[in-house]
Design a protein around this ligand. Structure first.
Ligand code: OFO
Length: 172
């Protein structure tokens, strides 16, 4: 059975993952309105990944015999200055999520909850990828500026992303 402190931290993280999904849906809508359908696709799939992150955490709480708590999912920002600042926000949001995940890992260790510590390691690794991907896109945008040729190519590249539940793929 999960300790109350771990149940609380994981439940709050489920909420945070759903907030991430909501934020990326707002970003996806912004890109769609700008005519950047590929970027809109990439962010929409990112939102689906976030929901999967939250759902697998929710399942872990239930599997360990605890009752998750639920809270309101806060509204995301909906207006962005441009694509570069949007991806700068993606990166800083992922850095914030990494801090939260690290806190859960530390708490699990402190509470001697090896099962949660083991479970959360997948998220620790996932955050490395989340930050690296956002950083790569941001670097491209900063390097080439938002000139139309570059945006066209980037948008085309982003349109190829398809959804694969990353947690389920790694934990068959
Ligand atoms: Fe769930 O990793 Fe992004 O926020």
């Amino acid at each position: 059975m999960l300790k109350e402190s771990i149940t609380k931290a994981l439940s709050e993280q489920v909420n945070a993952e759903y907030y991430s999904a909501y934020l990326y849906l707002a970003m996806s809508a912004y890109c769609d309105q700008m005519g950047l359908k590929g970027c809109a696709n990439w962010l929409h799939i990112q939102a689906k990944e976030e929901m999967a992150h939250g759902t697998h955490m929710f399942e872990h709480i239930l599997e360990r015999g605890a009752m998750p708590s639920f809270a309101e999912v806060k509204a995301p920002v909906t207006n962005f200055d441009n694509l570069t600042s949007l991806f700068a926000q993606v990166l800083s949001h992922e850095q914030y999520v990494t801090e939260r995940i690290n806190h859960i890992a530390s708490l699990a260790m402190q509470e001697n909850d090896h099962a949660t510590y083991d479970f959360i390691q997948w998220y620790v690794k996932e955050q490395i990828e989340e930050e690296a991907t956002a950083e790569e896109i941001l670097q491209k945008l900063k390097l080439f500026g938002e000139n139309s040729g570059m945006l066209y190519n980037l948008d085309k590249e982003m349109s190829t992303r398809v959804f694969v539940d990353p947690f389920a793929a790694a934990n068959p």
